[in-house]
Design a protein around this ligand. Structure first.
Ligand SMILES: [Cu+2]
Length: 480
């Protein structure tokens, strides 16, 4: 049966008409800057030079970026499934670094484990075959203790994988395909980026008060009155973003961490923890030319237990977890008339059968006395915590015993979420597809299923709150 999903959204027209009478943005009008669009590179023999430099050109900040290349964030790397990637990391920072290809299944030596970190002036050669489905992946620094600050300052970039399956959908492309790495940063009086988690932030995480897109503060992007493919990556240190449009108009979710969903989901908001991605179709066809729609992180009650979210509130001036934050203004500047895009049926996803799992492993996440633990342990560089037979299918059960949310990330696999009990007590509508990162709220248990069949070697599973991660909320596992 041919499933078809028609994308004419009546609700968008209604809400757009109401724009004049309601407050559009979450915060007082900020000076907005054109969204920076990083250059797109093919992965055949490129060099990424890690370096620190001041951001000066027209962005309204004088912050110091640590990034790959000369921009405010790393270049976009566009890969094709089946292609060989040969990438050199050249470290011109005055500290160690290493890159991890978040979401891709790569050989152990290409996975960016912290033990592969290289010093100033050194180079690291990555050489791997792209075997993953088309999707929205990203790359970022992964040296121990320094991932938080390096990623915060821009050691991250977008990794897009294309394949024939996706091509067949003829999704909006070219200028109608937009990808944005979302961050929140805190600026001092001189416009420098501040990253100095104080005591309560070492428990809760680090939050900024200015929304950045692709390294641009308070970004703005001019769009046609048309349908766009919008990919959003949560690159914040610690913030859960409740992604929505300021008009309340629906969006169509077509993909997440591990590529396309089996069927599209119409929603007015979705939550992304650090590391999670959304591949959306957003329709501006009914928005009047001359008006704007803001991509926002909507306000929500912070998912903390025991009043933990209140500690330190107001001390730093940052917007706390759950506070509304403007992310990206879309200014509709040109009227176009086009035939509505009709989304074809999305390719099916084989569901992994829990009956084929050879075992279930439990992982308890706990944060107490200014420390963060998985199964009672803090991470050690060389200690192997779990050994998984190559080719096996397993259920991993993540249990949150702490008062804080943890975005749990597995390297080297894409998993499917089987269940969530406690807390929200449901698999969210945006969690139906392949995932490599999943939000685990206090009191929740989630079961995920994965096949460990890509490469043998030592890999990581960890919390992707960058503050927690740097404090050792990670564990090593081998596929052997
Ligand atoms: Cu955590």
């Amino acid at each position: 049966m041919q499933r078809r999903h028609f994308l004419a959204m009546g609700a968008a027209a209604t809400t757009a008409a109401a724009l004049g009478s309601r407050r559009l943005f979450a915060s007082p009008a900020a000076v907005r800057h054109p969204l920076w669009l990083p250059p797109e590179l093919r992965p055949n023999g490129i060099t990424l030079r890690a370096n620190a430099h001041a951001i000066t050109s027209g962005t309204g900040t004088t912050g110091t970026a640590m990034t790959l290349g000369d921009g405010a964030i790393g270049p976009t790397i566009r890969m094709r499934r089946g292609e060989r990637a040969r990438i050199t990391l050249d470290n011109a920072l005055d500290e160690e670094t290493i890159l991890h290809w978040h979401g891709l299944k790569v050989p152990e030596v290409a996975d960016g484990h912290p033990r592969f970190a290289i010093g100033t002036g050194a180079k690291y050669e990555y050489d791997f075959e792209v075997t993953d489905r088309a999707g929205t992946y990203w790359y970022h620094a992964h040296p121990h203790h320094r991932t938080g600050e390096q990623v915060y300052r821009g050691m991250a970039g977008l990794l897009l994988v294309d394949d024939d399956e996706q091509d067949a959908l003829r999704l909006p492309s070219g200028a109608r395909e937009l990808s944005v790495l979302i961050q929140d940063r805190r600026l001092d009086a001189d416009g420098e980026f501040v990253f100095n988690p104080v005591m309560h932030e070492r428990m809760e995480g680090f939050f900024g008060d200015v929304g950045f897109g692709n390294g641009t503060p308070n970004p703005r992007h001019e769009v046609d009155s048309a349908l766009y493919r919008l990919r959003v990556v949560n690159v914040t240190a610690s913030r859960i973003t409740r992604v929505a449009l300021s008009t309340g108009a629906p969006m169509t979710l077509i993909g997440t961490d591990g590529g396309l969903l089996a069927s599209p989901v119409t929603l007015t908001h979705l939550d992304l923890g650090t590391g999670e991605r959304a591949d959306l179709l957003v329709d501006f066809s009914q928005v009047p030319v001359g008006s704007s729609v803001m991509l926002v992180s909507q306000e929500f009650p912070p998912p903390y237990r025991g009043g933990m979210g209140m500690m330190g509130r107001g001390m730093t001036g940052a917007k706390p977890q759950g506070a509304p934050l403007d992310l990206l203004e879309f200014a509709v500047t040109r009227k176009v008339t086009e035939r509505p895009y009709v989304l074809p049926a999305l390719p099916a996803i084989a569901r992994l059968d829990p009956g084929t799992a050879s075992r279930t492993r439990e992982f308890r996440f706990d944060s107490r006395q200014m420390r963060h633990f998985i199964n009672g342990k803090e991470w050690e560089m060389e200690r192997v915590d779990e050994r998984v037979p190559f080719g096996s299918t397993e259920i991993w059960r993540f249990i949150n015993d702490s008062n804080f949310p943890h975005p749990v990330h597995m390297h080297e696999v894409q998993f499917q979420i089987l269940s969530r009990t406690g807390g929200r007590n449901a698999i969210m509508p945006w969690e139906a597809g392949w995932k490599d990162t999943a939000l685990l709220f206090p009191g929740e248990t989630i079961d995920v299923i994965a096949e460990f069949n890509a490469h043998r070697g030592l890999f990581l599973m960890h919390c992707h709150n960058l503050v927690h991660e740097d404090m050792g909320m990670m564990m090593n596992y081998t596929i052997e």
